[in-house]
Design a protein around this ligand. Structure first.
Ligand SMILES: Nc1ncnc2c1ncn2[C@@H]1O[C@H](COP(=O)(O)OP(=O)(O)OP(=O)(O)O)[C@@H](O)[C@H]1O
Ligand SMILES: CC(=O)N[C@H]1[C@@H]2OC[C@@H](O2)[C@@H](O)[C@@H]1O[C@H](C)C(=O)O
Length: 398
């Protein structure tokens, strides 16, 4: 396959690798793309695997979220280490698909975000917004022998975008409908929503981060258990607690929720420092652990409903919200989300309800984004990121 031959490209396979803000590990997907355009009928999931990060790697990544500890030698070394781990994950999912590396046209690797500063930052009249995703693409290409597209976000920022979210481009390709308005809600570390208005072209799509996804739930669970538990598995703890209305109302005042679009957020806002503050509040006001977890779970459900109410409903009344990401596997969160959305006339389903995978969705997206990049086809959505034009996202290592 050569760049620029998009119109005549034959059926091909692509690998997508995603390591999200939850830092739970590496999601790897193999997809088959039919000849020509990567449109809805054309991309099929062939194999998927999630490999947990080794605990020491996970811990070291968390250290890199703190700019004071993210020294250049640590960042540089982790960049290479993650490249190695990503290459291994790619090779193993390719084998699981019953394929060989030579069958794969391209690997798309998101990398691990360690810092995301999407707001304009003007110095000397120049905008210095930036974002950092590590996991060296050159290492992935060298170990697998497959061209690797990595570092997708910076090209969007270079033309005035937020560099996020990027998945909506693929959601438009894969999910759009003519009769129904769909909301694709991802609940990963951060929550993000894509609005696909019925019958709309790409320019009508909009998307933004709704706030915390599982990040606050994971953060407080981990602090409360001294790191023993990393999540509220099955939402069991939240289900056993009671929402504290005073705290909930206080947390709803976080200015991010009302901030106008385009917007994106991350660990800089809803990370460790935020979870520590919640713990301090718990101690001061004598809340139980389960009530605190119930309250942040409710906040997460509320923030998603609030985002729809504030920014989407006034423009497009939606029919269905389709939830993906790890939050799909927390029935307490999904139950409370239904209670938020259904009175507004929006049915809530998880990807599994329509025969897809909540886990694989983002890895599939990065395989498709890479397929576009390698053909030099623009793959950002300016209406979503705020970029001033379409560009080809991703750096290619041959
Ligand atoms: N069985 C489960 N019960 C409860 N929560 C779960 C379960 N499985 C996954 N999760 C939640 O989902 C999180 C992982 O979600 P996911 O893999 O979608 O995040 P991510 O891709 O890292 O994040 P992002 O999309 O923000 O980059 C876990 O940290 C956990 O909070
Ligand atoms: C900078 C960064 O890594 N952002 C992630 C994060 O996780 C969810 C949300 O915040 C989204 O904006 C984005 O990821 C997905 C994959 C995206 O770009 O669509």
């Amino acid at each position: 396959m050569t760049a620029g031959s998009a119109k005549t490209r034959a059926e091909r396979y692509a690998v997508g690798l995603m390591s999200g803000t939850s830092v739970d590990g590496i999601d790897a997907a193999v997809i088959r793309i039919a000849g020509g355009e990567s449109d809805r009928s054309a991309a099929q999931l062939v194999a998927f695997a999630n490999t947990a990060y080794p605990p020491a790697v996970r811990e070291a990544i968390f250290e890199l979220f703190d700019p004071a500890r993210a020294t250049i030698d640590r960042v540089g070394r982790m960049n290479v280490r993650l490249g190695e781990l990503y290459a291994e994950a790619a090779l193993s999912v390719i084998a699981a698909a019953g394929l060989a590396p030579a069958d794969i046209a391209v690997v798309g690797s998101h990398g691990q975000t360690i810092y995301h500063a999407p707001e304009p930052h003007i110095e000397d009249g120049r905008d210095l917004r930036f974002t950092v995703q590590i996991g060296e693409g050159a290492v992935i290409a060298a170990r697998t022998g497959i061209p690797c597209v990595s570092d997708f976000r910076v090209a969007d920022m270079a033309v005035g975008g937020q560099g996020a979210p990027l998945v909506p481009f693929t959601e438009y390709l894969l999910y759009r409908e003519t009769e129904r308005t769909l909301l694709l809600q991802n609940i990963g570390g951060i929550g993000n929503i894509t609005v696909l208005p019925a019958g709309s072209g790409a320019e009508g799509v909009f998307a933004f981060d709704t706030g915390p996804g599982n990040m606050l739930i994971d953060g407080v669970v981990s602090l409360l258990t001294g790191g023993e538990l990393k999540m509220d598995a099955g939402g069991a703890i939240a289900a056993s607690g009671r929402v504290n209305e005073a705290l909930l109302n206080r947390l709803k005042q976080e200015p991010y929720y009302a901030q106008p679009l385009p917007k994106s957020t991350g660990r800089e806002r809803f990370g460790a420092a935020y979870a520590e503050e919640l713990l301090a509040y718990k101690q001061k006001h004598g809340l139980s652990a389960k009530d605190l977890i119930a309250t942040v779970t409710m906040l997460t459900a509320w923030s998603i409903g609030d985002a729809y109410r504030r920014f989407a409903a006034p423009l497009h009344a939606a029919d269905v919200m389709l939830v993906g990401g790890g939050g799909s596997y927390n029935p307490t969160l999904i139950g409370w989300l239904k209670r938020e959305m259904e009175p507004m006339g929006v049915q809530v389903l998880i990807q599994e309800d329509i025969g897809q995978s909540s886990d694989a969705k983002e890895a599939v997206a990065f395989a498709l984004l890479a397929d576009y990049a390698i053909a030099r086809r623009p793959n950002n959505l300016p209406s979503v990121t705020g970029a001033n034009r379409p560009v080809v996202l991703g750096k290619i290592s041959y």
